[in-house]
Write a protein that binds this ligand. Structure first.
Ligand SMILES: [Cu+2]
Length: 174
């Protein structure tokens, strides 16, 4: 958990989040809100929201990417967490190819605030975007192998960071 927090803090510093310390505090609040879904003992998918783009923070596959593609697995329950990086109003929405809303987070207009939502993935999901900046803050949802979000301890994390530089699948998505 400690290294996970460090990853998030480092990423926030990279994008110049106004209040990385506040964001960490906010995460506790977000967890309280989502306390009903005990079935999800996996790592959340974490994005940072700013007007220009969604910025990938975790898992490592999306770290540092702008509007990263979210690789999900049909039927799995995901925790999507996003951090307000610039204090503008943002709201994360997952939609179908036809623009039908599947899931929406709360909105936030406070820098450093963390918003959490639970999302059961199904293959109708095609894109995610921000309600208030739907053109610049928009990314794809794909159903390939799905991110590895298991909380397998330090071994899994180390392997993800160093062992899967390129598995041959990466290029096909772009
Ligand atoms: Cu926005």
């Amino acid at each position: 958990m400690t290294s996970f927090e460090q990853t998030r803090r480092t990423a926030l510093e990279l994008i110049g989040a106004a209040a990385a310390g506040t964001a960490l505090t906010g995460a506790v609040t977000a967890q309280e809100n989502g306390s009903e879904d005990e079935e999800t003992d996996r790592q959340p998918i974490i994005l940072a929201g700013r007007i220009e783009y969604w910025y990938g923070i975790a898992p490592v596959e999306i770290e540092g990417e702008e509007n990263p593609t979210l690789d999900l697995e049909d039927g799995e329950v995901y925790e999507l967490v996003w951090i307000n990086a610039d204090g503008a109003e943002h709201e994360l929405i997952v939609e179908t190819e036809d623009g039908q809303e599947l899931e929406a987070s709360d909105s936030s207009e406070e820098a450093g605030e963390t918003v959490s939502m639970t999302f059961e993935a199904n293959e109708d999901a095609a894109e995610y975007y921000c309600e208030f900046h739907p053109e610049s803050m928009r990314g794809d949802v794909e159903f390939n192998d799905g991110f590895d979000l298991s909380t397998g301890g330090d071994d899994a994390e180390t392997g993800a960071a160093t062992g899967t530089e390129s598995n041959g699948n990466d290029e096909s998505g772009y």
